[in-house]
Design a protein around this ligand. Structure first.
Ligand SMILES: CC(C)=CCC/C(C)=C/CC/C(C)=C/COP(=O)(O)OP(=O)(O)O
Length: 344
């Protein structure tokens, strides 16, 4: 039977109004990233808001209180909604919402329908204007879908694939909005997403354990003599310190590689990219100062870290004086050069 779609259920929302909805969702998220959107020219900022609102809605479906099977079915619905409205669709056609999962209308489903109607005109407009491949949007949903089915990772490669979906795909979509000089810096963008997500995994290790989730790969914690229970009930011991230190070193290498995005990004996007990169890189530095503290509290940036990063990026003379590459990257490049020259 052909699927049933609701075309323009309510009054069609204009693109301008839709961008306003997307901005509201982005602003209310309280994300570390939202401030950096203001470094973009208006049209790119609006597009970023629509991308962020899309990612927020996707995450909210994945994080809601319903059983995993229901969350999964609504994510499938959301994936289908994105596919039918963004792939080969004429920008002027009305928004179509497929039927929701039969017999499953949790309370928030009405809000989800409304949010979909509200942000899709903007997301479709931004995707067309900046030629964002819809593949990336679908991959982001696939990442959140995978999160419903899997709460453990055996190998680093499995974690890496998950991080690609939920973070690198976001970065690749951002690059289309910022614009870049051909060719697309694919490897650097993927590494940058992996670096951000790995930092996120370290920061949120306690919160995730409370939800019964372990993102650190089993392969890694077993190497340090830890088992699943140790990760779920974290204790500040030396084994945990070594494990976290290893992950920090891995994340640092990914940050270094991720910085290479800078060379290809259009000048419009550079301040935002730099601010995002330096924010998350600083977070990693804060984690490194006392690695096992992640077992007792969620590490955040201090007020002075935040003010410093904001003023470095929003005041143009200060932005121009920022070291490129950042000191962390320059230092590791120097170390690599030294190793190279002392090699027999
Ligand atoms: C090329 C490039 C720019 C790659 C990076 C792509 C990117 C922005 C990935 C986001 C991954 C991430 C840690 C999201 C958390 O968002 P959140 O809003 O929940 O963050 P918060 O919890 O720190 O506020």
């Amino acid at each position: 039977m052909a699927p049933e779609y609701h075309h323009g259920m309510n009054e069609e929302i204009s693109v301008a109004a839709s961008y306003r909805f997307a901005r509201r969702i982005s602003r209310r998220s309280g994300s570390n990233f939202y401030r950096s959107f203001w470094l973009l020219p208006r049209s790119k900022r609006q597009a970023m808001c629509s991308l962020y609102a899309f990612a927020r809605i996707t995450d909210d479906i994945g994080d809601c209180d319903e059983p995993a099977a229901i969350r999964g079915r609504w994510l499938e619905w959301w994936r289908q909604t994105i596919a039918i409205n963004l792939i080969n669709e004429n920008e002027s056609s009305t928004i179509a919402l497929p039927e929701g999962p039969i017999g499953e209308e949790p309370k928030w489903a009405a809000r989800l329908h409304r949010q979909a109607q509200e942000i899709l005109p903007a997301l479709r407009h931004a995707s067309t204007q900046y030629k964002i491949p819809s593949r990336y949007l679908l991959e982001i949903i696939d990442g959140v879908l995978a999160d419903q089915q899997k709460t453990r990772f055996d190998t680093y490669e499995q974690l890496e694939h998950y991080c690609y979906l939920v973070a690198s795909a976001v970065g690749l979509a951002c690059l289309h909005i910022w614009e870049f000089e051909d060719p697309l810096p694919l490897e650097a963008a993927v590494d940058c997403g992996l670096a951000f997500q790995l930092t996120n995994v370290l920061r949120d290790v306690v919160e995730d354990a409370k939800r019964g989730r372990i993102y650190l790969p089993r392969q890694h914690y077993e190497q340090h003599g830890l088992c699943e229970d140790d990760i779920l009930t974290l204790r500040r011991d030396n084994r945990l310190r070594c494990l976290i230190q290893d992950e920090i070193e891995r994340a640092k290498r990914l940050f270094d590689s991720g910085w290479r995005v800078w060379d290809s990004v259009h000048p419009d996007g550079r301040p935002m990219f730099s601010m995002m990169w330096r924010t998350y890189r600083r977070l990693l530095t804060r984690i490194e100062e006392d690695p096992t503290r992640i077992a007792v509290c969620r590490i955040t940036l201090s007020q002075s870290d935040r003010i410093g990063i904001v003023s470095q990026h929003f005041w143009p003379p200060s932005f121009r004086r920022l070291p490129v590459p950042p000191v962390e990257v320059a230092q590791s490049r120097q170390q690599a050069d030294r190793k190279e020259t002392t090699r027999p």
